[in-house]
Design a protein around this ligand. Structure first.
Ligand code: ARG
Length: 456
């Protein structure tokens, strides 16, 4: 029989039991469930709600149960629905009436709100550490290739030349914001819900502050109805993870193109690629593709949770049990990506020569010509038009821009001087962009300096 069977006269329908159980996935919360119960029972004793000795017995037995679960020596029963009742039932099985005092002043509604917070606090920390490892891998490539130049794109068209390090460090910024979002989210969820009971608090004289301190939360929740029905902290986390996954997906897209035969800008180490079962020549960038693809699952979790919570009346509703599988999957997915990405980046070969060759396309320097005219005092729109004329002229003459003579150049740009002919070296173009946040050698060196300090 279930632990709530008092008012029931018939056994639960078998299909319903299967439909409603969650222990096959929420068992991953066991250590946090036990941590919460131990804090609760200590407080119950201190408040004189249960005897000290009972609290001690319960606490010891909870440790035993944890050891058994750690060792894989605990039988989870789906008829006991969830992790909370599996643990409590084992406790009562061992301690009888003494064990039955644990749940005083508590409901599974505030219990699960506590457990998920404890669990997420630790997962978020782990994900943040993994993001730092990813940033270190990006940094090592940026640093090792700090002089490498490649074309920068807008609309997937050659735009202006940039340093490879600048391109990598753009992703550093994104991942840094992702880390910040996780910190915000962790801080906001760090409130202690126990004592909210099923929805309205408790008639027992519980010391919520004590439990709060025991478990390292910053505050107790202010409103019991909110505390048992709120899952916005999960949605916020899934939002942050979705944005992170979106960033990973964009990086993956760059990598996939760069490793194609058309680009040949990078090559992944064999251990991070797979072959084709049919085409013998293939070496595919699967890690990047899978990461790009797995982004969909993370977005899916966010959409699922938003949908589960939409329109739920206060307070707790069983719908909320549907938060966990999606959440766990999103967390597992992100962690899996973060375990393969840093070594994949650290071991990829950056083909600097190919990048530079592509960056020699003189049209990448068209903006430099226009800005040179601005320095001469020509209004920018006029300068833009003149350089546009020059591009048209070069196309008609079937010559690249850097093969035009000064006379030809003057047909489009009347004030062109000999030094205009020297402006097509990619190194020269990069060297001119020493503005803060630009791709100049020194500007990028100072970005590298910032990250070296930050990641130390
Ligand atoms: N397994 C439940 C959940 O995940 C725990 C809370 C159940 N509460 C209840 N009254 N049935 O949401």
């Amino acid at each position: 029989m279930a632990m709530w069977d008092g008012r029931f006269s018939a056994e639960t329908n078998k299909e319903l039991a299967r439909f409603s159980e969650s222990v096959h996935y929420d068992k991953r919360l066991y250590a946090f469930d036990i941590m919460g119960s131990k804090a609760h029972v200590k407080m119950l004793a201190k408040q004189g709600i249960i005897p000290e000795r009972t609290a001690w017995l319960i606490s010891e037995e909870l440790d035993n149960i944890k050891r058994r679960i750690d060792a894989g020596d605990f039988e989870f029963k789906s008829e006991l629905e969830d992790i909370h009742m599996n643990i409590e039932s084992a406790l009562i099985g061992k301690l009888g009436a003494e064990g039955a005092r644990l749940h005083s002043g508590r409901s599974r509604n505030d219990q699960i709100a506590l457990d998920i917070r404890l669990y997420l606090r630790s997962e978020i920390q782990e994900i943040q550490d993994l993001i730092v490892a990813l940033q270190k891998a990006l940094f090592s490539q940026a640093e090792a290739h700090r002089e490498t130049i490649l074309p920068g794109f807008t609309h997937t068209q050659h735009a202006q030349v940039v340093l490879f390090a600048h391109h990598m460090l753009a992703y550093m910024e994104m991942f840094e914001r992702d880390r910040g979002r996780l910190t915000d989210c962790s801080n906001r969820m760090n409130v202690m819900p126990l004592g909210s009971g099923a929805l309205a608090g408790s008639t027992l004289h519980l010391d919520r502050r004590m439990v709060c301190e025991e478990l390292g939360f910053t505050a107790v929740t202010r409103n019991s109805m909110d505390a048992v029905s709120d899952r916005d902290f999960i949605i916020e986390l899934l939002g942050a993870l979705s944005i992170f996954a979106m960033h990973i997906s964009r990086l993956s897209e760059d990598f996939v193109w760069w490793s194609s035969q058309e680009f040949q800008f990078i090559e992944f180490a064999d251990e991070f690629c797979t072959g084709s079962s049919l085409m013998p020549q293939k070496k595919n960038p699967d890690v990047a593709e899978l990461a790009r693809g797995k982004t969909g699952r993370v977005y899916g979790a966010l959409m699922a949770l938003l949908t589960v919570c939409k329109g739920l009346p206060l307070t707790y509703n069983r719908d909320l049990q549907e938060d966990k599988e999606e959440l766990f999957d999103a967390i597992d997915t992100v962690k899996m990506i973060l375990r393969v990405y840093p070594p994949m980046i650290a071991t990829m070969t950056v083909k600097s020569d190919n990048m530079r060759r592509a960056a020699c396309d003189p049209s990448l320097m068209a903006t430099d010509l226009a800005e040179q005219l601005v320095k001469q005092g020509v209004p920018f729109r006029t300068a833009h038009h003149q350089v546009g004329e020059l591009v048209k002229l070069a196309l008609a003459a079937r010559k690249p821009l850097d093969r035009l003579t000064l006379d030809e150049m003057k047909q489009a740009i009347p004030t062109a001087t000999a030094d205009f002919l020297e402006m097509f070296k990619p190194e020269a173009s990069v060297a001119k962009r020493e503005i803060v946040g630009g791709t100049g050698y020194n500007a990028v060196a100072s970005q590298l300096g910032f990250w070296r300090g930050k990641l130390a």
